[in-house]
Design a protein around this ligand. Structure first.
Ligand code: AMP
Ligand code: MG
Length: 421
């Protein structure tokens, strides 16, 4: 990114570095039951206390036997069976003898002395005898103890956000509770005299257009929904009027409880509102012009004992700055180990308009066509047009210095993740 070509604008990566440099991750921990652990962040690594599988077991329905006895046509006596949950117990307590076999089912423990399982389709059975149709290879069709998870190994690292698959994995080693960081507390408010709340009266629907000059507050429902993906505690402080006393009271209330306060609106220069004045009075907040489109105005800093993020009011600017700057910050604060997002390379399926100066996060639709990543514009790119963002499945990331893109040019794409859907 070329900072020099955009005087006064802060590159996105540098804004993120400044945010990381100030934030301090949570340290408080708690134990949670596995059933409540989805999307929590591990505060310590989880090591396996047992092997998975716990013992050598069969990968097939068939017969367990000694490979040393096998050759095509060899005959064996079936002396018992081993079922999942019901291992074979030899009457004598001895290991399997020469030319003896045990009927075995998938998942059942391999009897002592056996070193191979032959599929039932590869033997001919008559009474309690089987004859092999083919030779076998030692170790065939046996899942070894510890093959999946070795006892003592680190299964999940500290800082891992627990997924549904992790829950399955943890259950497989018998873990019923995990130590996680407590959930972040996030307070949220929207600002603007033009904003209308949704009516919650039964059966109400917005059939009539709002009165002149008013708009429905879409940022707050959007952010509440997006924050739910991050498993944080949310305090919704509602719509705050462009009024210095109301704003002061709301920000004070928010900062008493919250680790992070998020507001939308009122952070651009030349605003008629008082957000900036109040924040300057209550906290140590920087007002940035970030070299990104949408989303140039952005505020970040200390508010009370927590942190403040001020997002621009236009719904797409709100969504994109939240996703690009606030989500990584919240994940970092929540104790999560972050890995860099993967960029894809795609071919522009159509021409894309772009002015040099800021990094564009255009709303795109990514498709695979004849094995190739192709990306198209999702529609109007104005920062007020939320419908094209809802249609999109990716950002088309166009570098700051880049100009118009012709169809067929290569572009970078970031597919939407669960934090922006
Ligand atoms: P602001 O950042 O306050 O200057 O607002 C920029 C634009 O975003 C204006 O057109 C506002 O009406 C609009 N806007 C601000 N807040 C919201 C909101 N909560 N929901 C929808 N639009 C908003
Ligand atoms: Mg406003």
């Amino acid at each position: 990114m070329d900072f020099c070509s955009s005087p006064g604008l802060l590159p996105v990566a540098e804004a993120m570095q400044r945010i990381y440099a100030q934030l301090v991750p949570l340290r408080e921990t708690q134990w949670v039951d596995l059933a409540a652990a989805l999307d929590c962040v591990l505060a310590e690594p989880v090591c396996a206390a047992i092997n998975v599988p716990a013992s050598d077991n069969s990968a097939m329905d068939g017969y367990a036997l000694r490979s040393a006895d096998t050759s095509s046509g060899a005959e064996f006596e079936v002396i018992g069976q081993s079922l999942a949950g019901h291992p074979f117990v030899p009457a004598s307590g001895a290991a399997l003898g020469a030319f003896q076999a045990v009927r075995i089912m998938t998942g059942a423990v391999i009897p002592a002395g056996a070193d191979t399982v032959i599929m039932q389709e590869k033997v001919t059975r008559s009474g309690n005898r089987i004859q092999l149709d083919a030779a076998v290879v030692q170790g065939d069709n046996i899942r070894r103890a510890g093959d999946d998870i070795a006892q003592g190994s680190e299964l999940l690292a500290k800082g891992r956000r627990i997924t549904a698959l992790d829950i399955g994995l943890l259950a497989s080693i018998g873990v019923a509770q995990v130590k996680v960081y407590r959930r972040l507390r996030v307070a949220l408010l929207t600002t603007g005299d033009e904003l209308l709340p949704l009516s919650l009266s039964p059966g109400s629907s917005p059939l009539a257009a709002p009165q002149a000059g008013k708009i429905y507050d879409s940022n707050r429902p959007l952010l509440v929904a997006l924050l739910q993906r991050l498993n944080v505690e949310i305090q919704d402080l509602g719509i705050i009027a462009d009024d210095i006393t109301a704003l002061r009271a709301a920000f004070l209330q928010a900062s008493e409880w919250a680790d992070v306060v998020i507001s939308t609106g009122g952070v651009s220069v030349g605003d008629a509102d008082y957000t900036k004045d109040v924040l300057e009075e209550l906290g140590q907040i920087d007002f940035w012009k970030i070299a990104m489109k949408p989303g140039k105005p952005f505020a970040f800093g200390r508010l009370g004992h927590g942190w403040f993020f001020g997002l621009p009011g236009n719904p797409v600017s709100t969504a994109v700055t939240y996703h690009q700057l606030v989500v990584p910050a919240l994940r970092y604060m929540a104790g999560e180990n972050l890995v860099a997002v993967s960029l894809l390379i795609a071919v522009a399926g159509q021409a894309l308009k772009k002015q040099p100066g800021r990094m564009d996060f255009q709303r795109g639709i990514l498709r695979t066509e004849q094995g190739l990543n192709k990306v198209y514009s999702a529609g109007a790119q104005s920062s007020g047009v939320l419908s094209s963002m809802a249609r999109a499945n990716c950002y088309i990331c166009l570098e700051a210095e880049r100009g118009n893109v012709a169809a067929g040019e290569t572009v970078s794409v970031i597919p939407f993740d669960e934090f922006i859907r």
